[in-house]
Design a binder for this molecule. Structure first.
Ligand code: SRM
Ligand code: SF4
Length: 565
């Protein structure tokens, strides 16, 4: 039922002939001549939770030496709602040292990532991930991805219930092919071809990746509106009743192609909680049948929705449901960030939210974050919760352990007296160089030092405690959700960024391009007078993103299709 009559994209053909994601992955893994896998397998391996990458820092040196690029693999571990037990944390920590680059990346979708895993260690690593009762299935690829949820469910019973829905939805939409188990876990071959059933996705899966997040007002910490499907938890008298349904969000765009744009999801109605798994499935089916399978740059649900129109989309959805969506219920978000420090939960346990710069868990000189977290995991009876802002909550800490954990963090230089500014605490940077093959510029490795310099302006103007959402990515794919930054940077070329301003603090308004292709000097020169103006002339509690619009630095972006105007 694909609406476009254009030829299918190459990736559709690869999926179609892959025998439900098997391809020649088994053979590729055994090929000792190269550190890479066959071209078609590089597409298929994504569905298994891994990407082939190469060390970009060494690119020219390897070329000079006439060597193939230094190939390695990124592995993404699925973690619905971002919750990991202490035992799982220890397993992840060990795997990072044994097979990867001794770091753990906490992603913007509450997952773990390993970088630098060599081909001959790939299978072993995935097996050990599965041994720790985690997996990598559908962490990437044209399927539903890690389902996000507010990571602090112990706050109330309905937080916990919302998290359970994240898990149920994730499970329901996990691909059913036996390929993963055969290739990575040496399980017996399940008869392939037509007999094997992929009941929701079918043989060619979805036209593009699909993302779902649950948010529990007033916290929009999963940046719900950046998802293909956002579920806003609705509560009455302390009980979860259901979810408002928001469809068609996404960040990615391509420079120079105005047909691509970031878009925030549109709220189309409400459903009671016991219908939500079904509604989710049916929305996936509309996208499966109507999404563009010839142009991958125009294939996300956001484009399907803008092409069909909200009304036709809702009609298609209702045709597949045996009931209709109800009118959306009122809700209010007040931020998309994390609250740091200790917080006491309803059952008397403590939760510590830690800022993890760029989401990278590692040891650097006196800042021994990885060592500290490992020591805590060894004695922690509670769990670890990854936030959608690349941060970490050490959750369910007993009163007795609270002081001890603080001591461990202090001894390893994690909790220091150094005061972090409101800007840094609200920062996100995507991975970018040197592993991401799509990066035009640095992000994770550069943003901290840029913030040092912006901090000087903030301190000079007495606004260092003001929370300002700042986000940087190495390209316009938007992995750090830069178009929801009150200050957003998107890499154009090494050392050069587009500067976007004016997003809403609670993730409900996109920003807009303010200056193009500027270097650090120009960035600071541009931001300084605006921040000075903000310090002097802001209204009480006025957010930076709102201020720049009120003061006419630029026009607000009302909806995705206005982003480029
Ligand atoms: Fe992403 C592709 C990293 C969240 C939009 N993303 C990639 C790849 C795999 C590059 C590639 O295709 O070769 C990056 C791997 C880099 C590396 O070396 O690890 C990558 N994305 C990430 C992570 C790790 C960023 C981070 O620093 O945390 C995030 C992993 C999330 C997870 O656990 O699943 C990550 N990516 C996002 C988000 C944010 C979100 O989902 O809330 C977005 C924007 C939302 C959206 O999807 O629209 C995002 N990633 C993309 C896109 C653009 C998709 C589009 O519709 O245009 C690509 C490129 C693509 O799909 O073609 C991409
Ligand atoms: Fe790579 Fe671009 Fe995503 Fe950053 S935004 S991780 S550079 S694809």
């Amino acid at each position: 039922m694909n609406e476009t009559s254009k030829p299918l994209s190459e990736i559709e053909i690869i999926k179609d002939k892959s025998d439900y994601l098997r391809g020649t992955l088994k053979e590729s893994l055994l090929d000792e001549i190269t550190g890479a896998i066959a071209h078609d397998d590089t597409v298929l391996i994504k569905f298994h939770g891994s990407y082939q990458q190469f060390d970009r820092d060494l690119e020219s040196e390897r070329k000079r030496q006439k060597l193939e690029p230094l190939y390695s693999f990124m592995i993404r571990v699925r973690l619905p709602g971002g919750i990991s037990t202490s035992t799982q944390w220890l397993a992840i920590d060990k795997l990072a040292d044994t097979y990867a680059n001794s770091t753990i990346k906490l992603t913007t979708r509450q997952a773990f990532q390993f970088h630098g895993v060599l081909k001959n260690k790939l299978k072993k690593t995935i097996q050990e991930i599965n041994n720790s009762l985690l997996d990598t299935i559908a962490a990437c690829g044209d399927v539903n991805r890690n389902v996000m949820c507010n990571p602090n469910p112990v706050q109330s019973a309905y937080h916990l219930e919302a998290y359970e829905y994240a898990r149920k939805i994730s499970e329901h939409l996990t691909p059913k092919t036996g390929a993963y188990h055969e290739i990575w876990l040496d399980k017996e071959l399940v008869a392939g071809g037509e007999q094997e059933i992929e009941p929701i996705y079918g043989k060619t899966y979805l036209p593009r990746k699909f993302k779902i997040a649950i948010a529990i007002p007033p916290h929009n910490d999963s940046d719900l509106f950046a998802n293909d499907l956002g579920l806003i938890a609705i509560e009455e008298n302390g009980k979860l009743t259901g979810f408002n349904i928001a469809v068609g969000g996404g960040m990615g765009m391509t420079f120079g192609n105005p047909e691509t744009y970031p878009r925030l999801a549109t709220v189309i109605g409400f459903c009671p909680k016991d219908q939500v798994v079904d509604v989710t499935e049916k929305i996936v089916l509309v996208q499966r049948d109507y999404g563009n399978r010839s142009d991958r740059k125009n294939a996300r649900l956001k484009y399907t929705l803008d092409r069909l129109g909200v009304e036709k989309f809702a009609q298609e959805l209702n045709n597949r449901l045996v009931y209709e969506l109800q009118p959306a219920k009122p809700y209010q978000f007040d931020s998309n960030g994390d609250a740091y420090g200790w917080e006491k939960g309803i059952e008397g346990n403590w939760h510590l939210s830690l800022f993890i710069e760029g989401g990278r868990v590692r040891d650097v000189e006196k800042y021994k974050l990885k060592t500290a977290l490992k020591s805590i995991a060894e004695i922690h009876e509670g769990d670890f919760r990854l936030t959608g802002n690349q941060n970490l909550i050490i959750a369910n800490v007993t009163e007795a352990k609270k002081k001890l954990f603080e001591k461990i963090l202090n001894e390893n230089g994690v909790l220091t007296d150094k005061k972090l500014t409101g800007l840094r605490l609200n920062s996100i940077a995507c991975v970018a160089l040197n592993t991401c093959s799509l990066a035009f510029a640095e992000a994770e490795r550069y943003l901290p030092s840029l913030i040092d310099k912006i901090d000087e302006i903030l301190i000079a103007n007495g606004i260092e405690n003001e929370p300002i959402v700042i986000r940087m990515t190495g390209c316009p794919n938007g992995c750090g959700r830069p178009f929801l930054g009150e200050i957003g940077f998107v890499g154009k070329a090494p050392g050069k960024y587009n500067l976007y301003l004016g997003a809403g603090f609670s993730g409900e308004r996109l920003n807009k391009l303010y200056k193009e292709n500027i270097d650090e000097q120009e960035i600071l020169k541009t931001l300084r007078p605006i921040l000075e103006d903000y310090a002097k002339n802001r209204y009480k509690s006025e957010r930076f993103g709102d201020f720049v619009i009120r003061k006419d630095y630029l026009k607000a972006t009302v909806q995705g299709i206005d982003f480029h105007i």
